[in-house]
Unconditional design. Structure first.
Length: 93
């Protein structure tokens, strides 16, 4: 469930805008909703922001991968996954 809180432009009440069914997610459209406090309708736009976090992955620069067995059900589908870069390979044997 994804929701975002905004303030009603009429009365200032905090309003939860729910995007559970996908409504209101398009950045190219105006959307509308009714305020539960003052019963007025207001329009809103959506801005989706993407952020990234960078960290060292020495295995991508001539270092060693740090493989760990994945926790998979059923266990026979487990693989080895590097905790630094996400590289995967099958279990040996």
């Amino acid at each position: 469930m994804m929701s975002v809180d905004v303030n009603c432009p009429y009365c200032g009440a905090e309003i939860e805008i729910k995007h559970d069914d996908g409504y209101g997610l398009s950045e190219s459209e105006l959307h509308n909703q009714q305020c539960g406090a003052c019963d007025r309708y207001f329009a809103y736009t959506t801005i989706i922001t993407v952020s990234h976090s960078a960290y060292k992955a020495d295995c991508l620069n001539d270092g060693q991968h740090q493989y760990e067995k994945t926790k998979t059900i059923p266990a026979r589908y487990a693989k080895l996954r590097c905790s630094l870069c996400g590289d995967e390979k099958p279990l040996e044997g």
